[in-house]
Write a protein that binds this ligand. Structure first.
Ligand code: PHB
Length: 389
């Protein structure tokens, strides 16, 4: 016979057990804010990132760490002047748990500043702004893509190895363009080359003619370009139409030819670039990713889709480690930092500053593919200048 005291204690224990089980089962959906461009020159990049993110979540049965996902979306228009207002819609109005965004470095810089204040978790699935994993680095900010310095540097290594001596650069005058060119110049000049002139135009302008005329007059050994999305399509076509493709080799960080080949057609054939992804990586992981993507979205994946997919993998690794308990933020971020990411691009880990330490491939445009022709730099870390964490 149980004493009244024991009966009460047992009853209490049973009630506690039942309510904690209910608690575990009734965890509300995790609120994920997607802040991406849906309009403008980077619109297709935003779509690919969202597709990739959702593909990974779908592969996990629609849940990460046992939590279903509720999406909140903001079109950031790749407009830095609207960025703070836009990110605050997700932070304050929607009270999301985590923000995934964005493409444009200038917009992402404003997002990083906002989440440093609110302590909202931010995963950057593209924007390379060096400061995000440099002076602005923080425990609640992680990147599944690259720093602008990285692909610039890798392409500079390849250009120097090809024996080019005099280079001109051309890009949009904003963080991504300028920092990519800086990375290129650092490696190219270390390898014995010299950058003779940097040409720029405001983002997202595409009136390239005057600048192409200057390239034709100067006849450098090579031109290095950073453009992406709609602007990259127009630039590669204009470069060809100006007759420059036959006389001055064009190189770029791989964004110049990623997600763009159908629209660029013959103008892109043979272009050499470097990037942390190539369509033709022949691993079971990449092949499975590509096949599923093509079936799900009726289009070919690109580097942006991979970065979106990996943003979801990062979040999943964190949530799995804490069984979906988002309040265990430190343990969650520690797992995100330490768990190797099994990416379609190849396995990588995050640096102490939360930026991928990854291989950079040499790619050549062949038909509708950025075929992999070699490795530019293996396991390239970002220098993370100015990060104190
Ligand atoms: C950027 O603004 O950081 C950016 C945009 C498009 C790219 C790469 C970087 O393809």
């Amino acid at each position: 016979m149980h004493t009244p005291f024991l009966r009460t204690a047992l009853g209490l224990a049973a009630t506690l057990l039942a309510s904690s089980t209910v608690l575990a089962q009734a965890q509300p959906p995790l609120k994920v804010g997607l802040m991406l461009p849906a309009t403008g020159t980077f619109a297709a990049l935003g779509t690919a990132i969202e597709n990739g993110f959702k593909q990974y979540v779908d592969e996990q049965g629609g849940k990460l760490g046992g939590r279903s996902i509720q999406y909140f979306k903001v079109d950031d228009e790749s407009d830095p002047s609207k960025a703070t207002d836009n990110v605050n819609k997700l932070i304050k109005r929607d009270a999301v748990d985590v923000i995934v965004g964005t493409v444009h470095s200038g917009v992402a810089l404003a997002m990083a500043r906002a989440v440093k204040e609110s302590n909202t978790l931010l995963i950057v699935p593209n924007a390379g702004a060096d400061a995000i994993t440099g002076p602005l680095c923080a425990p609640n900010i992680l990147r599944s893509s690259f720093s602008n310095w990285q692909p610039g540097f890798a392409t500079g290594v390849v250009a120097a190895q090809k024996g080019y001596k005099r280079a001109m650069t051309i890009t949009w005058n904003y963080a991504a363009g300028n920092e990519t060119v800086k990375g290129f110049t650092e490696a190219f000049e270390k390898g014995g080359g010299k950058v003779t002139k940097d040409l720029t135009l405001p983002f997202p302008n595409v009136e390239f003619q005057a600048l192409l005329t200057e390239i034709a007059a100067q006849k450098p050994d090579v031109v290095f370009a950073f453009f992406a999305g709609g602007g990259a399509v127009k630039f590669v076509k204009d470069y060809d139409a100006a007759g420059l493709k036959k006389t001055v080799p064009l190189m770029g960080s791989g964004f110049l030819t990623d997600g763009t080949l159908e629209a660029q057609g013959a103008s892109a054939q043979g272009l050499l670039t470097s990037l942390h992804y190539a369509d033709g990586i022949e691993t079971p992981r990449n092949t499975a990713f590509r096949n599923k993507y093509a079936v799900a979205y009726k289009m070919q994946p690109d580097v942006y889709a991979v970065q979106g997919y990996d943003a979801a993998q990062l979040l999943g690794a964190g949530l799995n480690a804490v069984k979906g308990d988002f309040t265990k933020r430190d343990a969650m971020v520690a797992a995100m930092r330490k768990t190797p990411v099994d990416s379609p691009r190849g396995k990588y880990t995050l640096s102490a500053a939360h930026n991928p330490v990854q291989d950079f491939y040499i790619r050549e445009v062949k038909g509708r593919e950025n075929a992999m022709t070699g490795v530019a730099v293996k396991v390239l870390p970002d220098p993370a200048r100015g990060c104190k964490m």
